[in-house]
Design a protein around this ligand. Structure first.
Ligand code: F6R
Length: 609
């Protein structure tokens, strides 16, 4: 989704904005632009397409200046075009606005402003903000932005500059993320701290309905009533290099390979011995709270939803609490019944996904206690939750989520094990084995990565096919669904993740030599049934790749190809079993020459419903 970078200081603002925007490319965008104030005049460059186009334009029509705002746009209102791209300007062309979010009352504001003589150049919701600030401006830019925010409904992160205020950069937010970066003799705004990590490791994460009035020498934070706001400085916990590719061809590849180390980090201080309780700081639940639970609802989107399905399976099967996994985008429509003793667990990498945030608010309003499992620290979902457990994956830049998924799963494994222990629903030796199993996950993940060449060889056999079916049962069903999602989003091969038990009720009609099936057939309770399903597909001449456990002597005789995973208890197989499927999708997409880190039409952080 849209990305914002703003700069004020003694460096060249367009250069900083451009470099910062490059670090936001992963969010997905279709056009870009930059405005600066220089020598008392506002100047702007905008393009359709990639930042390379903007860079090329800046070479032929240079732009320099000490204060500027930049933006990458992911179209919502109006197609990608130069007119619709940001920054948007006032009628007089003296102020510029960049915006991330959706202004819900933009049509009525637009009509009203038009009636008052404002001329619009775009179809966007954002342009009303520029005209609204222009209308309300009486010499104090901060006051005008504040007054405009009062009139806006919906979500926004804003960056604003004005040619009469060459030493002022304004940032404001409601529901869409925005941080203010703290420098020396220079300051920044950005929709994501990764965009400005190269220049600073300290930020203020500003809250909803808060604004920053920023000069090169200082930052003042206010609420919309102009009351000063105090925020603690947030020290970005990862180095600048974490946002670079580090020798890998793609961020996705780097992030797949970061999994074992990130998993060790995630376990650190939480699960250190099978004989000690699991400690989940931030969960904010007493043992009595945990014992009092009657139901757990997981809600999330996309990959995080699949992690929620694994969590839900474990909560019911292992922690013995009735549980369901919901698509966040569907939850509110159902008007869910939330009984006393319900815990809602929201899973999100970004912590900003609009559908998940809406589900959180719905569940909270209905009386659920809300815990979130999040990667991005201090994000909106984290802040609105009663408790938050961070997965500590570090920045995930590839649009296709990989390390965040396996770390969500690992965190949920710990959570379910913790709940089971507190509630006394599993014998001590079973709990002990579960903890040992979870502690082994990082080493097993590393083993899976060491077999990358074998997976790549399988990918080479199938990458030219156009259709795939991913089958799984029980706790491996989300593994199949996530495997299919990964393949379709980065390689554009049509892939369906399906319950192997459901296959006979419809999808089996698709089976033919040109459709390949990936069958998650790791050892466990459902193994024999999975083998039966593989045979059904083979009987209909469908090629099958099995995902199987080391030492399985039977499966190579049944499937055409096998991707192997180390032996582990079925209940904790989900994180490790995902890794060959991530590698498979990656290599298929790479062989097809796809744009792996920024697949078409996708945005990393989906901040609109
Ligand atoms: C797929 C993917 C998406 C996200 C989904 C939720 O690879 O990354 O499906 O999982 O958009 O995003 P978060 O986890 O940020 O809430």
């Amino acid at each position: 989704m849209c990305g914002i970078v703003g700069y004020i200081g003694d460096k060249d603002a367009p250069l900083i904005c451009l470099q910062g925007l490059r670090r936001l490319e992963y969010r997905g965008y279709d056009s870009a632009g930059i405005s600066v104030v220089v020598d008392g005049l506002l100047d702007t460059r905008k393009v359709v397409g990639k930042l390379d186009n903007l860079e090329a334009l800046l070479q032929t029509e240079p732009l320099h200046g000490p204060v500027g705002i930049g933006h990458t746009r992911w179209a919502t209102h109006g197609k990608p075009s130069v007119d619709n791209s940001h920054p948007h300007l006032s009628c007089a062309g003296d102020l510029a606005v960049v915006h991330n979010g959706i202004i819900e009352n933009y049509s009525e504001l637009r009509e009203q402003l038009r009636g008052e003589g404002h001329e619009f150049r775009s179809q966007t919701d954002t342009e009303v903000i520029a005209h609204l600030i222009e209308k309300l401006y009486q010499g104090n830019l901060g006051d005008a932005v504040r007054a405009a925010c009062h009139e806006l409904r919906g979500s926004f992160a804003l960056g604003v500059i004005h040619q009469s205020h060459p030493d002022l950069l304004i940032g404001a937010r409601r529901f869409s993320p925005l941080v203010v970066g703290i420098g020396k003799g220079e300051n920044f705004i950005a929709s994501d701290m990764g965009a400005i990590r190269k220049w600073t490791d300290q930020v203020y994460v500003i809250g909803d309905d808060e604004m920053g009035e920023i000069t090169s020498q200082g930052i003042e934070l206010f609420d919309l009533e102009k009351q000063p706001v105090h925020r603690e400085i947030f020290n970005i916990p990862w180095p600048a290099e974490a946002a670079e590719k580090g020798g890998h061809k793609h961020f996705m590849h780097k992030e797949i390979h970061e999994q074992p180390a990130a998993m060790r980090e995630c376990l650190l201080g939480r699960l250190s011995s099978p004989d000690k309780p699991i400690v989940l700081e931030g969960l904010n639940m007493t043992d009595d709270d945990i014992r009092g639970l009657k139901k757990v609802i997981f809600a999330a989107c996309g990959t995080a939803y699949h992690a929620g399905l694994v969590g839900s399976f474990l909560m019911e099967n292992f922690a013995r609490i009735p549980s369901e996994g919901d698509l966040a985008a569907e939850l509110r429509a159902r008007n869910p019944v939330v009984l006393e003793g319900t815990l809602a667990i929201l899973v999100s990498q970004s912590g900003e996904t609009a559908d998940t945030l809406v589900a959180l608010r719905e569940l909270k309003e209905k009386g659920a206690r809300v815990v979130s499992v999040i990667n991005v620290v201090d994000s909106s979902i984290a802040r609105e939750s009663d408790g938050v457990v961070y997965i500590q994956a570090g920045p995930e830049i590839g649009v296709a989520s990989t390390k965040a998924y396996t770390l969500q799963v690992l965190t949920l494994q710990m959570l379910a094990c913790h709940f089971a222990e507190v509630r006394g629903v599993q014998p001590p030796e079973v709990l002990r084995d579960m903890k040992i199993g979870i502690m082994n996950v990082p080493e097993q993940a590393a083993e899976c990565l060491a077999r990358e060449d074998d997976v790549k060889a399988v990918a080479a056999k199938y990458y030219q096919l156009h259709n795939a079916l991913y089958l799984g049962r029980g706790i491996s069903l989300p593994t199949a669904m996530e495997g299919a999602l990964k393949l379709k989003e980065i390689s554009y091969i049509h892939a369906e993740g399906y319950s192997a038990g459901e296959m006979k009720h419809g999808p089996i009609a698709l089976v033919e030599p040109a459709l390949f099936t990936v069958a998650v057939a790791v050892q466990g309770d459902v193994y024999e049934k999975m083998v039966g399903n593989i045979q059904e597909i083979k009987a209909r001449e469908g090629p099958v790749i099995a995902l199987a456990t080391d030492g399985d002597e039977y499966i190579p005789g049944e499937a055409d190809d096998v991707m192997w995973v180390p032996a582990c208890p079925e209940l904790i197989s989900a994180a490790t079993a995902q890794i060959p499927l991530q590698l498979f999708a990656y290599h298929v997409a790479d062989m097809k020459g796809c744009h792996i880190d920024q697949p078409r039409n996708l945005a990393k952080t989906v901040t609109v419903e």
